[in-house]
Write a new protein. Structure first.
Length: 135
């Protein structure tokens, strides 16, 4: 069987006219604990800030245990790439690198028709919704 084209929708968000990606999206894709990512960014703050401002936001999420406040960190593409380079090169990390590079080439999310979707896979239900559709 052949696999169709992969479309990436909303991997990045726009903050003050600049593309940013949430550490939660990176965590979901790369299967790395989000708390470990935040701690690492804090530890290496000077390296990340040398590539631009880091945007933090406090957000409330609801899960099966109720509501909880979470800090969300938004990185620009260069900061995100730096972060990813520090990760152990597992299959999810390597797959995310391909997805990330593809998303960088796209100015706007690509349009598609829901009737074209054969097997949808929803990934990254966090502050920034990342949706991969195989058509």
């Amino acid at each position: 069987s052949s696999i169709g084209k992969v479309l990436v929708v909303n991997l990045f968000i726009n903050i003050d006219g600049k593309r940013k990606i949430s550490h939660l999206v990176i965590s979901d894709y790369c299967e790395v604990e989000e708390a470990a990512i935040l701690k690492f960014i804090h530890t290496k703050a000077k390296e990340f800030e040398a590539l631009g401002d880091i945007v933090y936001e406090k957000t409330t999420f609801e899960d099966e245990e109720g509501f909880s406040d979470t800090a969300v960190c938004y990185l620009n593409p260069r900061q995100a790439w730096l972060l990813i380079r520090y990760f152990k090169q597992t299959e999810p990390v390597l797959a995310f690198k391909v997805t990330f590079k593809s998303a960088l080439k796209t100015k706007e999310p690509q349009a598609f028709r829901f009737s074209d979707i054969k097997t949808p896979l929803l990934v990254g239900l966090s502050t920034s919704l990342a949706l991969i559709c195989i058509i």
